[in-house]
Design a protein around this ligand. Sequence first.
Ligand SMILES: [Fe+2]
Ligand SMILES: [Fe+2]
Length: 193
Amino acid sequence: MATRKQESKKQEKGSGGTDAITLLKRDHDDVNRMFEEFESSDEDRKFELAAEICQALTVHATIEEEIFYPQAREAIDAEDLMMEAEVEHDSAKYLIERIQEGELDETQLSAMIKVLKEYVGHHINEEQRKMFPRVKRGELDLEAIGRELLERKAELESELGATAEDDSVDADDEDEEGGSGRSRGGMAARHKA
Ligand SMILES: [Fe+2]
Ligand SMILES: [Fe+2]
């Protein structure tokens, strides 16, 4: 986990792309990659990936809602578009909560991740094809917004990452009990924490 985060931070700095839209698109690509990996993973990895997908989407939705959407809303005259985006976030959050709290078997988890992938895919398309181009034509300081997004993202990741690490310590203690139950327990424990 830590390694993945360190790598992604290095990438963000190294590639020089720190404007808000580049950063948000990079999040979209990251989560799409996780959805792809999910499909070809074994059961244990699926539970790990589901937790990672839920966390990545939660962080992404939060920084959009707290920082990007309010400024985009001011900059573009498209309340219908912004409202749709918020409704789409709410639908995704409903599924994310069910995934995080549930004692799911692999079939149930796979079904929920499949539907979440469809919701998120549609939403990402709407943002990238409709919202972002309009925002780009507006007069926002996308570099400044990008810095705000990065700062808040790091904060949220360390808050949520700390919770995830607590869970993984618990999971290691139960290591002898076997694989798949461990992942499910971890996700449920995170929700209760
Ligand atoms: Fe969004
Ligand atoms: Fe997004």
